[in-house]
Design a protein around this ligand. Structure first.
Ligand code: NAD
Ligand code: UDP
Ligand code: UDP
Length: 317
């Protein structure tokens, strides 16, 4: 019976998005193999799946070849937060580029469908707003974000060339800022930073004047979109923007988190990092059309769930 289950590989499965995806796939009854080198992810994120007969984990770095038999691949492996991807930028590019080549080679040999976790960062610091999929982006190729932005752009190139040259079934998702439980408390992204600071009544660190904007999508909505995209007909390749178009300034986000946590934290202002986009918001009309999907979680509700997760996290430490 075992072989009748769909065999799904999730690279980066021990990370934030990967752990939610593995959980969903295991619940759907798929035979799930998580591959991760634990660079930013943790086994703890998958504790709840350890006993499941349709789940297994392999410590492996995708910059090296991987030979397994598989029906679908979700390629999520790559550090996603600026402090982590800038810590070892050469490895970040290797993960995006060599990792993509290996996973595409694997997909080619096994005839598996392959999903790529691309990013809104392919648009760089955009001069079109909101960003739609036909926009080519405004990226600094030599700045401190380039290892990630250009690595992900090259991965998209590889996906489309394997599709055109070798007929691979590809699904490329451009993911916009996503948040929720199991974000790493130290990974430096804005939602986790502000919540951790607020719960500890520590200063909230706004970079720049806080007028820059982002649009935040709750993780459950994002995972719904991943699974729907994988199930689309073969002629649908993407790239497709996935995110929540509800835009907010970073200052508003800080205030909202202070309110929701009843924190006594004060806001402090620090320098804006290099190449930090001023404004980012997805145009998701294409996703709505092909997936009949729209994020349903309001920012306030998603923040409440994320705050509960971090409260619990600190209680158990
Ligand atoms: P994360 O850092 O929590 O997870 C990434 C996972 O990949 C980690 O478990 C890490 O250990 C693993 N990894 C890194 N390099 C690896 C390698 N060479 N081999 C094997 N495993 C490796 O990040 P996340 O937020 O879960 O992001 C997952 C994917 O989604 C990433 O590809 C990221 O670029 C993309 N993405 C995320 C967001 C977001 O807002 N969270 C936005 C855009 C794109
Ligand atoms: N690869 C892999 N697993 C496989 C098949 C291929 O990791 O099951 C790797 C292999 O190491 C190769 C890469 O994927 O370097 C690209 O494979 P492809 O078949 O496109 O290229 P080639 O093997 O011809 O270089
Ligand atoms: N940011 C901030 N304080 C923090 C962390 C981030 O003001 O403690 C800002 C950051 O400069 C950026 C926005 O919040 O403008 C989103 O940052 P994040 O690293 O979460 O994601 P990205 O820049 O990749 O969208």
């Amino acid at each position: 019976m075992e072989h009748l289950r769909k065999r799904v590989l999730v690279t980066g499965g021990a990370g934030f998005l990967g752990s939610h995806l593995c959980k969903r796939l295991v619940a759907n009854g798929d035979d799930v193999l998580c591959v991760d080198n634990y660079y930013t992810g943790q086994k703890k994120n998958l504790e709840h799946l350890m006993g499941a007969p349709n789940f297994e984990m392999l410590r492996h770095d995708i910059t090296f070849p991987l030979y397994v038999e598989i029906d679908e691949i979700y390629n999520l492996a790559c550090p996603a937060s600026p402090i982590h991807y800038q810590f070892d930028p050469v490895q970040t590019t290797k993960t995006s580029v060599h990792g993509a080549i290996n996973m595409l080679g694997l997909a080619k040999r096994t005839k598996a469908k392959i999903f790529q976790a691309s990013t809104s960062e392919v648009y760089g610091n955009p001069n079109l707003h909101p960003q739609n999929e036909s926009y080519w982006g405004h990226v600094n190729p030599i700045g401190s974000r380039a290892c990630y932005d250009e690595g992900k752009r090259c991965a998209e190139t590889l996906f489309f060339d394997y599709h055109r040259q070798h007929g691979l079934a590809i699904k490329v998702a451009r993911i916009f800022n996503t948040y929720g439980p199991r974000m790493h408390p130290n990974d430096g992204r804005v939602v986790s930073n502000f919540i951790v600071q607020a719960l500890n009544n520590a200063p909230i660190t706004i970079y720049g004047d806080g007028s820059q904007s982002r649009a935040f999508c709750y993780v459950d909505d994002m995972i719904d979109a991943f699974i729907s995209l994988m199930e689309t007909p073969e002629n649908i390749t993407g790239p497709v923007n996935l995110g929540n178009p509800e835009e907010t300034s970073i200052l508003m986000l800080a205030q909202k988190i202070i309110d929701l946590t009843d924190s006594t934290s004060k806001i402090i202002y620090q320098p804006l990092p290099e190449d930090d986009p001023i404004q980012r918001c997805p145009d998701i009309r294409y996703a709505e059309e092909i997936l009949q999907w729209r994020p349903s979680t309001k920012l306030e509700d998603g923040l409440k769930k994320t705050i509960s997760f971090f409260r619990e996290f600190f209680r158990n430490r």
